[in-house]
Design a protein around this ligand. Structure first.
Ligand SMILES: [Zn+2]
Length: 265
């Protein structure tokens, strides 16, 4: 069977195990059902996820012009502490920024390899953690806007990593620690204006299980720019990565906006 379309990050459902869907032009692939099958990927072109033009992708599924101009790619996305909508100050489009920034945000600890700290909109729970391949996640504070979440994350970066080690995550090399205990250490280092939102007694630990037949012992990233065509037997999905039997891993998110043809043997 042949499927064609523009890659965007896989849709997920928080079940046990997590369910993954790759949405394409006329159809979608339920990836869990593809485990054990041979998938062939062929890179056939580009289509910007923002403007829809067939232009080369620069970053995050956007062409260069969209990445530089769209309010959905402002610096405050990757660095929440730069958010200014709560001050009525525009970055690229104040209406858009108010919509996205002035809503409940969660700062969390997650375990994907080591403990990391991160920020997400509350509506993205638990999607954000699934996308990172976390096996556990614990919310620390819920705050009313992105700025407060951002300054909390900055304060906690002194104590925790803020990036996922993706190789370890994919090999399932997890340094198991008790996230509740880690949270107890945090109270004294939270920014003053965030402390009213800290509820150290909350018990909402999330556990996430991924559909993986067996984990690779080493990993090599598939580069669709260099390798226009790849074929491999799918043995798992974790985060936004497809894992293949020959230790190749494919980060779907890296290739958002790429037109592909997928053939399933
Ligand atoms: Zn564009």
């Amino acid at each position: 069977m042949i499927y064609e379309g523009v890659l965007s990050k896989m849709q997920t459902e928080f079940q046990d195990p997590i369910q993954y869907y790759l949405v394409l032009d006329q159809s979608f692939l339920h990836i869990n059902q593809m485990l054990g099958k041979t998938l062939e990927f062929e890179h056939t072109g580009y289509q910007c996820l923002n403007c829809g033009k067939k232009k080369k992708i620069f970053r995050q599924g956007f062409c260069y012009d969209c990445f530089m101009g769209s309010p959905a790619a402002g610096d405050w996305i990757m660095r929440p502490e730069l958010s200014t909508a709560h001050l009525d100050i525009e970055d690229r489009d104040l209406d858009y920024e108010k919509r996205v920034q002035l809503q409940p945000h969660i700062v969390y600890l997650a375990l994907s390899s080591e403990v990391k700290v991160g920020v997400t909109r509350k509506t993205q729970v638990p999607t954000r953690w699934i996308d990172q391949g976390a096996v556990q996640a614990l919310p620390i504070v819920e705050v009313p806007n992105r700025y407060l979440a951002g300054i909390t994350e900055v304060a906690l970066k002194n104590y925790f990593a803020d990036k996922t080690n993706w190789q370890k995550m994919l090999k399932n090399e997890v340094a198991w620690v008790d996230l509740f205990q880690e949270r107890e250490k945090i109270a004294s280092v939270l920014p003053e204006e965030v402390r009213p939102y800290f509820h150290p007694e909350a018990q909402d630990l999330y556990e996430l299980h991924y559909p993986v037949l067996n984990y690779p012992s080493k990993v090599t990233s598939l580069n669709l720019e260099k390798t226009k065509q790849y074929s491999g037997k799918l043995i798992g999905v974790k985060g936004q990565y497809l894992l293949f039997e020959d230790q190749t891993v494919f980060n779907v998110r890296t290739y958002e906006g790429y037109e592909v043809r997928i053939t399933i043997a």
